[in-house]
Design a protein around this ligand. Structure first.
Ligand SMILES: Cc1cc2nc3c(=O)[nH]c(=O)nc-3n(C[C@H](O)[C@H](O)[C@H](O)COP(=O)(O)O)c2cc1C
Length: 359
């Protein structure tokens, strides 16, 4: 068991990684209900928060049920990041996380994300500014280094702890690797054994199944494992890991009915949060992952794409059998989204003067 600030975690906790356009409140809630021990928001631009951009502020929304939750911010301008941290305080997260790992060009070129791995003194300056401005424990997510020639993660880890960071997540790749090649778990073990950290270390990279998650714990000695791509279309990975740990067996993948139930809930939560039109459209990106490998999946996806109203999509989902490749949705099976949605929680917008959007 370990703690970040006053938050206690169970043994071998598994976290949902911050993922742009994926780790939004609806998906986080679903992962939480399926056993994720902590959730991260997608990265949020500190410039966007400092200037009050509505799109950035919306990303601060949190369901009470999903706590503990970490809000992740990125940016390479010290004063902007400081101001953004003050805005994050108003959303009352459990943790404020700094992204020093994003490899995308338009982020790194302004010293954001992994870009800062080329300027360690500035990394310290940004970290100190967030630690000073934050009302909550501050954590960092980073990579091994910029490239193979500049892996200084052991020194960086010590520097971050000295600057006041209370947990460190490391994606075991360099920026140059982007998402290619294998994550280098041996480095996670080296950080654990050689950096002399007293803060928790969170391992990340290629822990894509219950077996791999447990292997990361065993091989590296990390305190927690953070799962990214392995949860897309498969939020059951958190529950399955716990079952695997207890029984030594990975449960069979969820039945079609269970899958549909969770997809319908995900859709309804999205519509509740974003409004119907945007919710239905945004959800379209998710079906590929959820239905991968199932018979009839492509037929179902193309039928879903024809529907623009949440009721119609729900009706289709709830009436489509895995084997009914030529299903005709029976008319009159009135599945009303309002009935599903009435049971759903709403994320809180803790900030003042920001009413929830009316769906
Ligand atoms: C679609 C997508 C979006 C991502 N967005 C973020 C992000 O906003 N912040 C962040 O720190 N990492 C982000 N990442 C990186 C992941 O958090 C994680 O470090 C990476 O996917 C490796 O873990 P995995 O092998 O478990 O996927 C993203 C990854 C993916 C696939």
């Amino acid at each position: 068991m370990f703690q970040i600030g006053s938050i206690s975690f169970p043994d071998r906790p598994v976290f949902l990684a911050p993922m742009e356009d994926v780790s939004d409140p609806p998906f986080r809630l679903i992962c939480k209900r399926l056993g994720a021990d902590m959730l991260y928001t997608e990265f949020i631009s500190s410039g966007g928060l400092a200037y009050g951009a509505e799109g950035s502020e919306m990303k601060l929304d949190i369901y009470d049920e999903e706590r503990p939750v970490a809000i992740q911010i990125f940016g390479g301008d010290v004063e902007q990041v400081r101001e953004a941290t003050r805005v994050v305080n108003t959303a009352r997260p459990d943790i404020v996380d700094i992204n020093f790992g994003c490899p995308v060009k338009k982020v790194v070129c302004k010293d954001g994300g992994a870009g800062i791995l080329r300027n360690i003194p500035k990394m310290q300056e940004i970290t100190a500014a967030v630690v000073e401005a934050s009302d909550y424990p501050v954590t960092v997510k980073t990579r091994l280094g910029w490239d193979d020639a500049s892996i200084r993660i052991l020194d960086v880890a010590r520097m971050l702890e000295e600057t006041g960071v209370q947990a460190l997540a490391v994606h075991a790749r360099t920026r140059s690797q982007m998402y290619k090649g294998d994550a280098r778990w041996a480095w996670l073990r080296r950080i654990r054994e050689e950096a002399g950290l007293s803060i928790p270390l969170i391992g990340n990279g290629d822990a894509t199944s219950p077996e791999r998650i447990e292997a990361m714990f065993d091989e590296t000695g990390v305190d927690a494992v953070m799962v990214g791509r392995g949860a897309i279309g498969n939020p059951w990975i958190f529950r399955d890991t716990k079952i695997f740990r207890e029984t030594g067996e990975v449960p069979p993948r969820p039945t079609w009915e269970e899958r549909i139930r969770v997809v319908a809930e995900h859709l309804a939560l999205k519509c509740e949060w974003l409004g119907e039109r945007k919710g239905v459209l945004e959800m379209r990106r998710m079906y590929g992952g959820y239905f991968k490998g199932f018979r009839g999946a492509s037929r179902l996806r193309s039928l879903i794409m024809e529907r623009e109203q949440v009721d119609d999509v729900l009706e289709l989902l709830l009436n489509f059998g895995e084997d009914d490749a030529n299903v005709a949705v029976p008319s009159g099976t009135a599945i009303r989204a309002t009935a599903v949605m009435a049971r759903l929680p709403r994320p809180t917008r803790a900030r003042k003067d920001s009413p929830l959007p009316v769906p």
